[in-house]
Design a protein around this ligand. Sequence first.
Ligand code: CP
Ligand code: NVA
Length: 301
Amino acid sequence: MNKPRHFISLLDLSSDEFRTLIQRAIELKNTRSPDFQPLKGQVLAMIFEKSSTRTRISFETGMTNFGGSAIFLSPRDTQLGRGEPIRDSAKVISSMVDAIMLRTNDHATVTEFAEHSSVPVINGLTDLLHPCQLLADMQTYFEHRGDIKGKTVCWIGDGNNMCHSYINAAIQLDFKLHIACPEGYLPETEMIKSAGGDRVQLFNTAMEATNGADLVVTDVWASMGQEEEQKLRERAFKDFQITQNIMANANSDALFMHCLPAHRGEEVAAEVIDGAQSVIYDEAENRLHAQKALLELLMCA
Ligand code: CP
Ligand code: NVA
């Protein structure tokens, strides 16, 4: 069996491929030709262990736009949820479809699935990474401000799956990343080290981290699966809300992003997420265009 090309992490793309994919996503967004059906008859299986609005709709619509179709699979009603081995599931499902997208709790589930799949596997979010979101975020930055190379991005909040993917994007697209997280909620040390040099810098406060920032990003304080820690996290993160005061310390043309869903009044003030610098709805829409470019890259090769 020839090894298929997977997309588990942004590092599965080269820097050039990442930039080409962004340009292709912008092109697909601007042309939207219904006659362009490069995936006619092809099928994407989508396995969701966790909830989703954007990821599910964007992948399903993307496949339909391209002339193919998508199957939504939840562990609640497949044998995966009853303990069928990942290896068997990967071999069986990949024998019937053309690509598989997974959103899982453990990152290892996606990597193990990919190891045994005969078709491309796409990471639709794990506890470690959320690379598809970064395709859309970067497309959004390029559309509004041009290339992100040499710019400064500021991540405030939890050192979670989104923060890890921002570290990978900083490596691939050559930007600086300022990170401010409460003690005990930093991104994985190995991930920070992987960026090398001073590409990633840690700050104690949100205010310090926004110095010179061209883009300010945050995410929920309690991710999916951490609902029981909500109250504890609200206390730990109380000084890390992105307020207008914090945004005012970033560069005057800085953008604000959030992968959504968001909690106004927790990680971000309503005036910021609903304000002039926020591009959250472009970011959400671009999930569709960026992932269509990704599907084309993986499935049309
Ligand atoms: N941002 C994101 O991945 O949204 P969903 O959880 O709705 O898919
Ligand atoms: N960090 C969040 C992202 C949701 C899209 C989570 O994992 O729940």
